[in-house]
Design a protein around this ligand. Sequence first.
Ligand code: ATP
Ligand code: MG
Length: 352
Amino acid sequence: MIINSIKLKNFRSYKDREFVFSPNTNVFYGNNAEGKTNILESIYVCALGKSFRTRKDTELIYFGEEYGGVDLFFRDSSREKSINFLVSNKNKKQIKINGVKQAKISNLFGNLLVVMFTPLDMFFAKGEPGERRKSFDILISQLNPKYMHFLQEYYKVLEQRNQLLKNGENKVNKMELNIWDEKLVELNFAIKKIREEYIKKIIPIFNKYHKEISDNKEDVFLTYKTQVLEDKESMLKLLEDRCILDFKRGFTSIGIHRDDYIFEINGVNLGLFGSQGQIRTAILSLKLAEKDLILQEKGEMPVLLLDDVMSELDEKRRRFLYEKLNECQVFITCTDKIEGENVKTFEIIKEK
Ligand SMILES: Nc1ncnc2c1ncn2[C@@H]1O[C@H](COP(=O)(O)OP(=O)(O)OP(=O)(O)O)[C@@H](O)[C@H]1O
Ligand SMILES: [Mg+2]
């Protein structure tokens, strides 16, 4: 898919600005703090309904203004489409697809398909399991429209169950807890099944890219780790067995909210023992695999958003990346101008 243009109105550092893009590579270059990442962010919010760098939507509004937003015009293999994203200080954020207001933000997922690659991805390997879950959740929500719905339901039920646990063992009616357990188990199964399905699909693609870029020298393993059991009875029993502990802690200690995705390289944990270069290679392979998986599943090529990653990659990896991206529309931010065939460059200078 191809983004034709965006119009930013009171979005971050942009009062009123239009960008018309090349279907190939678009490079935003300029000094620090001029507004390069803000452009990628405006595309990202149209794909996923929220930013990758803040939870507070109102931070996206130009300082001192009441509202801010993005109009994005794109085309997929079938037609021209538009997405409007609007945040205001007073009302809930509003999303329109082809001019039609959407009741749920999650309706956005799967329309504009994106793969984002930032230096923050380094945390992905080194950080907490939550970082890895979040990254895979973003990918999976674009592939399966039901996924985010299950996930939201799950966290609602979990919250209710945790509230009960906090009340303490003596005050809680076991029957009530059992009702939440039943719901929780169903949702655990639904989410686990979807996670398993996509991880199984992405592993061979990830391995292929990794082999290619590491010249076959390194073995990498990606696995999905969950404590969720296979059948309902055993899972209910596990929740019950954990109850004493969970009452003490005041939260549910088992379920898909504790899942992790494990990366190993030559038999050891990548986050703990991998070098910077090994981590970069793994992340690069994963991002390229995401792109292929989206194409395979949705029949549409996602757009690639690369925030400052060129400076992170050495010459070999950089060339590898360029080579693999020549079929996609790409948006790159960097501090030095990149020129080349089929490259449209935008010098970004903040308006005074
Ligand atoms: N809500 C906002 N209203 C107005 N200006 C904002 C808002 N949010 C951020 N900015 C401004 O945007 C600029 C940062 O933009 P951005 O993160 O896109 O910079 P960048 O060009 O990517 O910089 P770097 O090269 O350091 O990554 C800062 O000058 C900041 O003051
Ligand atoms: Mg930036």
